[in-house]
Write a protein of this length. Sequence first.
Length: 316
Amino acid sequence: MNISIVIPLLNEEESLRELNQWISRVMAENNFSYEVIFIDDGSTDGSWNLIQQLAAENPNIKGIRFQRNYGKSQALHAGFAKAQGNVVITMDADLQDSPEEIPELYQMITRDRFDLVSGWKKKRYDSVVAKNLPSKLFNWAARRTSGVQLNDFNCGLKAYSKTVVKNIEVSGEMHRYIPVLAKNAGFSKIGEKVVMHQARKYGSTKFGMERFINGFLDLITIWFLSRFGKRPMHLFGALGVLMFLIGFLSAIYIGVSKLYKLYHHEPAMLVTNNPWFYIALATMIIGTQLFLAGFLGEIILRTKNNEERYRISEML
């Protein structure tokens, strides 16, 4: 099979049939063998009923239905697990991503041997204040932190080789950072393609300004995980030792200072009246706690079990 198209969705009943017809036409024009995997992430409208109808009409249509809303990352994880195509395309269900981009994305994976190609919505139809400016700031921070030089991490239209999607773990809210996850997994040939961005035709966006706040928090998380996820003691242990050393040296200073004044018969304040006493005490306690955090992190890392990320109620 040439292509698997993975489409997470939430309450997109109005756009699904039109999107399906558009994809089918593009696939037929290019003689691609394909499958479309719709992942219904807890929709409360008629999205799942429509997916069932589409699957009955077209054997290339498959569906996964979550019992409730688990988030886009979990939907992509389920779609990647089910995908069988040599190239996996992800796109949104709101008609803002154009299926006309799929043939070129496919060629960039198969012909140009990219591991991953990310879309870049260079010309956007979103609000400048609400989305464009925060998005530019977010993408700048993501480039600086991750080292992956993409202009649009948030673009849902991406293409992957099958090897990539079968070897990365998309969890939490890390769907924005799949290129970073791929890079960390050793897939270094990451490209970018300018793609068309279309104004939303039906409904309203499911994402608000909070996604940028969450995005920055996730960026810090993935930076930490990429550097210290497999060795938390290297960070917490080092910080703990440093803090403990500061406290220990402060305690030595207090002791030496006290003995010096006693030896020279000079008046000396009580140890508890010396501000260095509290600096020493606080830093030694913090250092011990940081060291223990690293130690516990190592234990958890080696004993954790894979937790259930989502629950599927139906599958086509």
